[in-house]
Design a protein. Structure first.
Length: 339
């Protein structure tokens, strides 16, 4: 088990060890007597190591991995930040030039790449190339940020898109099944949205008596929270459960999703959940209000992703559909066609 984990993350661990080794060496040089005797020369050397050698070592460690090469940019920026705190201000001449011209240019480049990919994802979604906007955005973000960070950015971008730009009702295809029409989840979220905006004004008035700045910070945070709630509420109707040739895609808006190979399904049946079914995972966080009406059992332990890509393990999972009978009938028909 331990060896398999090491082999799986070997390159990432080597990259981390190599970079930490380089940083430790530079730190000890900064604390040495030699640095105090030759601050200008060694400050220049340490600065160049942090903004050139540091990213270069990282590049050679990840070049044969699946880690995005664009991750070099945050590594470079990290080197600049470390140099800012490590090098005395009197010896930061070259560092000041880098912070003034190169860092902003890199930030603009990353933003341009991101928005270009997001724009392409939106076009593909609008033209029907992809039926799921979040999947397209997530794929685009993985190219820029790598898998783990991609889920965070993809969720934020999709929330904003659903909140402001996605108002047209999308009809369901034959292989898609809704879970929001007879569910209380959307009503709960819209009720929460009203509560957020109602309390925003009151909180602003109360805080403004103490600090105008604090009042506006709280107001901005409340408005952003409201935007997130709106986007998530709308995602329930935008991301239906659907069946492809070999996979079942269980979804509950942006809250959670599971990609399940049909061959791994042991049983799938209508089910009335009881209070003692705590061992069964639920794909919806509102399962206490909308009790799942379907139970799926797999032949092996697997994971589904929650909000922001957080993983949850399961072997049995419960979910709610508006028309469970139609869903089961469709799967039965599909299985008969494949036989």
């Amino acid at each position: 088990m331990g060896n398999s984990i090491f082999l799986r993350y070997r390159n990432q661990l080597l990259a981390l060890v190599g970079l930490l080794g380089l940083l430790s060496t530079l730190y000890f040089i900064k604390q040495s007597d030699a640095f105090r005797q030759h601050p200008d020369e060694l400050s220049m050397a340490i600065t160049l190591d942090l903004i050139l050698t540091f990213p270069l070592v990282y590049f050679f460690l990840i070049r044969k991995t699946t880690i995005s090469k664009l991750s070099l940019i945050p590594v470079f920026v990290l080197g600049v930040v470390i140099a800012h705190f490590l090098i005395p201000k009197e010896q930061q001449g070259i560092l000041t030039l880098v912070k003034t011209f190169i860092v902003p240019a890199l930030e603009l480049t990353v933003m341009a790449i991101i928005f270009t990919k997001i724009r392409r994802a939106r076009q593909e979604f609008s033209q029907g190339v992809s039926r799921d906007f979040y999947d397209r955005v997530n794929a685009a973000c993985r190219e820029v940020f790598g898998e783990r960070v991609a889920y965070i950015f993809a969720t934020e971008f999709t929330v904003i898109y659903f909140a402001f730009f996605s108002w047209k009702r999308r009809p369901l295809e034959a292989d898609e099944f809704s879970y929001h029409k007879q569910s209380a989840a959307q009503s709960i979220l819209y009720g929460l949205l009203l509560a957020v905006f109602a309390e925003t004004w009151m909180i602003h008035l109360l805080l403004s008596q103490w600090s105008e700045l604090a009042a506006w910070i709280a107001t901005i945070l409340s408005i952003y929270t409201g935007i997130q709630v709106l986007g998530i509420a709308k995602s329930l109707s935008k991301r239906p459960v659907h069946v492809e040739e070999h996979h079942l895609y269980l979804r509950f808006g942006l809250f959670s999703e599971a990609q399940i190979p049909l061959k791994n399904i042991l049983t799938l049946e209508q089910y009335h959940f009881k209070d003692d079914d705590q061992h069964i995972k639920k794909i919806s966080p509102f399962s206490s209000v909308d009790s799942p009406n379907l139970l799926l059992r797999l032949d092996q332990l697997t994971t589904f992703r929650g909000l922001y890509g957080i993983k949850h393990s399961y072997k049995e999972i419960g979910f709610y559909l508006d028309e469970p009978e139609s869903f089961l009938a469709y799967l039965k028909t599909k299985n008969n066609e494949e036989v």
